[in-house]
Design a protein around this ligand. Structure first.
Ligand code: ATP
Ligand code: MG
Length: 329
């Protein structure tokens, strides 16, 4: 079976972008692949985190994975900080990554601009930790949103470099980016991607937003004065809403255009909101139930980490041996 690795940071409450761009696709892949789904808490601390929020979000994130249909028995689900091999491999890979490569990354440029004068070195090194996550498991495919494509290309470069210097060690992973839903945009600024760490809450829909909040946010979503439901770059706000409706309903943008011909934005927005509510409500119910069952969650992340450590350690030992470190035994 081919191997899949993917993760989400508990850096904020999960958005519809995380769901449509990542989780919804993972659910479809779990039968066909050997999947590792990680809560990447080490990545989350590349920006400031409140300890108590980080704890809450980490468990909520795991609950969302399960509530969305990722079956614990079929997959390896774990919390990144429980597998120290990720940090260790990241250090090693840091020494095979160039400063220039890291400072060129779009995510670093965007997030460091937001961090002001105190940019953590971890923010620059973020893609190296991501490379470690992926390479430790011999990953073939990485299902992510479009925004992570650049980081994945860097992972491939680092892997090829290491393989070239020593001998074949790492599988070279491929990105797996969905055709629809790969980039959900901010509802207030449709030129930016929807992000859980964004400042304006009206720009994103959270997976856990109650129905009235979803309705309100979609209602306020920025559109234009043209009044035509058309899938075009000239109407980025409308285009984004069409995308959302299209992925949830499994219909094409063209079908949506046709259906709303001669109809206004009010009816269209109402239908988008209803579709989102219909998709998220059952997940929310399950999350609320799961989150109270701490023992059950623990049993999943414990056995997940155990399996992950075993596999990760095999790769890490190989790396160290090739580099020239003396094995302890
Ligand atoms: P942050 O702002 O803290 O970086 P984020 O919303 O970008 O949060 P991540 O944890 O960085 O979320 O990414 C988790 C996954 O969600 C990745 O696969 C990423 O590509 C995907 N993703 C994030 N935002 C979107 C989006 N707007 N549309 C589609 N996929 C997205
Ligand atoms: Mg992100």
């Amino acid at each position: 079976k081919k191997v899949i690795f993917s993760g989400i940071q508990p850096s904020g409450d999960l958005t519809l972008g995380n769901y449509l761009g990542a989780i919804k696709n993972w659910v479809k892949l779990q039968d066909e692949y050997d999947c590792y789904f990680c809560v990447v808490d080490l990545h989350a601390i590349t920006v400031k985190q409140e300890p108590k929020d980080l704890r809450r979000r980490t468990l909520e994130l795991l609950s969302i994975y399960i509530a969305s249909g990722i079956v614990p028995e079929k997959n390896t689900m774990f919390i990144q900080s429980h597998v120290p091999q990720h940090s260790e491999a990241a250090w090693l890979l840091n020494c095979f990554t160039y400063m220039g490569e890291l400072s060129r990354m779009t995510q670093f440029k965007d997030k460091s601009a937001k961090s002001g004068s105190s940019v953590a070195a971890g923010l620059l090194n973020y893609p190296v930790l991501m490379a470690a996550d992926i390479l430790l498991y011999g990953t073939d495919l990485v299902p992510v949103g479009k925004d992570q494509k650049q980081h994945l290309e860097l992972t491939r470069d680092i892997a090829e470099r290491f393989n070239g210097i020593y001998s074949p060690t790492f599988t070279i992973p491929e990105p797996y980016i969905p055709e629809a839903g790969a980039k959900i945009m901010d509802l207030q600024e449709p030129s930016k991607k929807m992000s859980k760490s964004a400042d304006n809450p009206n720009g994103f829909i959270l997976i856990m937003d109650p129905p009235d909040v979803i309705k309100k946010k979609i209602n306020r979503a920025v559109t234009d004065s043209l009044g035509i439901v058309k899938y075009t770059d000239d109407q980025p706000g409308v285009k984004n809403l069409i995308n959302i409706l299209s992925v949830i309903k499994g219909i094409t943008p063209m079908e949506i255009e046709n259906y709303y011909q001669g109809k206004g934005y009010a009816e269209f927005k109402n239908d988008v909101a209803e579709a989102i509510i219909g998709e998220l409500s059952p997940i929310q119910e399950k999350v609320k139930e799961l989150i109270t069952n701490k023992e059950y969650l623990q049993s999943i992340y414990k056995s997940g980490a155990e399996k992950a450590r075993y596999v990760a350690n095999k790769t890490l030992r190989k790396m160290k041996k090739k580099i020239g470190f003396i094995p302890e035994e």
